[in-house]
Design a protein. Structure first.
Length: 462
């Protein structure tokens, strides 16, 4: 039950227990406690610095808050629903510890600017962690790419075999996605890192506070210029959830590929026992649960982004209690992205084995070299569109004859077009097909090796 004195003498009776439970956020915003303490310590310092409270009082508040931090870390402080939210919980405990001076902490502050400050401090830490995890993920992709520059894998468009590519090239595509995620989060961070502290409930405060002082103590880059905006802005949360969703898109696409590759139809990878699970009824099965879960968890992060947009769209200025609904989605998205990045990194690192023999066969058993035949003719003066039509016919007759291009005799080639010579076989060999795509950003081995060097430099921070 909420104590009625929390709300001042205006209230006659306490909250109905069910309403208290409905209203409370302590069940989830306890996640913010260490940031709430840090924010409050900066606020206390500022109050003393500006002479709003005495220096001694500031010290008492700071030390009392530090004690709460320790109590919480040691599991001795477990606030219950009687506190409504983490902000009340900390303030109440502080007053128990330091006595009446604890009641001075909330001078020139509101829970509205306080919760905004806490959420930003929390997200800052989490963004740093996710960026670090992205680097590890990229590192593992690079390690595998380095070993597989000359491993060929069928490349697809429309999930139809198109042209063979270097496996390294394929993996480096995911490296680039993660690189954008890493950059995007830095950009999001720059808007997370703005201090709303001192915006008060909505309009600022009558006290001679120093917002730049608290911002500096808390390592914020700048302060909100408008107090109404400061307490009610959640753009930073939307941006974060959007960046998180895009990370999940990337992880989910990779997951989908791994799931396909592990199937009997593809057989491109084997899942190692440390990262695969069995079936409770079909003893022969080995299931790709990790990528399936990542793919599945993507939905909830998208959902949180959508929820946040909807929470915001009709909100009049400034703070509204609707904003309390931001937290669970943010926390869950942070936890989901972090867990998925960790799992996918481990899966790549030790859970997957590429089946080199099978890949080598896969790139020779189709018509994925047909473009190269057209290119061959085009390079010998036949206009490309004409060459394209000729090769279309070649493919058709080969299929009818149950042959692959490599199995056609030289005479057969020359009957099709006199420009074909003995070097056609070399030109359509998968290795050559890949090596020849040496345009910038292409799968040619020279390009891929260079891409790996560049990627290494990128993640080593040079
Ligand atoms: N628990 C609240 C939240 O998460 C804290 C701010 C409450 N402010 C208020 N005016 N009721 O948003």
């Amino acid at each position: 039950m909420i104590e009625k004195q929390t709300w001042s003498q205006r209230f006659e009776s306490a909250l109905h227990p069910a309403i208290a439970r409905f209203n409370a956020s302590i069940g989830f915003d306890i996640e913010l406690i260490k940031y709430d303490i840090t924010g409050s310590q900066a606020h206390a310092k500022m109050l003393a610095h500006t002479g709003i409270i005495s220096y001694e009082e500031g010290e008492i508040l700071f030390t009392g808050l530090e004690q709460i931090r320790q109590e919480y870390d040691q599991g001795q402080f477990q606030p219950g629903i009687d506190s409504e939210d983490v902000h009340f919980a900390v303030e109440k405990r502080l007053t128990e510890i330091v006595g009446d001076v604890g009641k001075k902490l909330h001078t020139a502050r509101s829970r509205n600017d306080q919760v905004g400050t806490d959420t930003r401090l929390y997200l800052r830490d989490q963004i740093r962690k996710i960026r670090q995890q992205l680097r590890e993920f990229q590192g593992v992709l690079l390690d595998i790419a380095e070993k597989n520059v000359e491993t060929l894998i069928p490349g697809y468009t429309h999930l139809q075999r198109a042209q063979p590519v270097s496996l390294a090239h394929h993996l480096l595509a995911y490296f680039q996605m993660a690189q954008r995620d890493w950059e995007r989060l830095a950009d999001v961070y720059s808007r997370v890192n703005i201090s709303p502290l001192g915006c008060g409930a909505l309009a600022g405060t009558t006290f001679p506070i120093d917002r730049h002082y608290t911002a500096k103590l808390l390592h914020f880059d700048r302060v909100y210029a408008n107090s109404l905006d400061g307490v009610s802005d959640r753009d930073f949360a939307i941006e974060f959830l959007c960046a998180a969703s895009i990370i999940m898109v990337h992880l989910s696409r990779l997951s989908e590929e791994v799931i396909l590759w592990a199937s009997e139809e593809f057989r491109f990878v084997t899942l190692k026992d440390s990262c695969a699970t069995g079936s409770s009824i079909m003893p022969q099965k080995k299931n790709p649960d990790v990528p399936e879960l990542v793919r599945g968890k993507t939905g909830r992060v998208f959902g949180h982004l959508q929820a946040m947009l909807v929470i915001m769209k009709g909100l009049p200025l400034a703070y509204n209690k609707d904003l309390q609904e931001d937290k669970e989605g943010i926390f869950d998205s942070v936890n989901t992205v972090q867990a998925c990045l960790e799992a996918m990194t481990i899966l790549l690192q030790e859970g997957l084995e590429f089946r080199h023999q099978r890949l080598a066969t896969a790139v020779t058993e189709d018509f994925a070299n047909a473009t190269d035949v057209a290119d061959y003719l085009a390079a010998r003066g036949v206009p490309f569109r004409e060459a394209y039509n000729i090769v279309g016919k070649v493919v058709k007759t080969s299929i009818a004859a149950g042959k692959l291009l490599k199995d056609l005799h030289l005479e057969e080639w020359q009957q099709i077009h006199p420009a074909f010579a003995a070097d056609i076989y070399e030109a359509i060999a998968p290795r050559q097909v890949v090596a020849a795509r040496n345009s910038y950003g292409g799968t040619g081995f020279v390009q891929v090796r260079e891409a790996i060097v560049n990627a290494r430099t990128q993640i080593s921070g040079k």
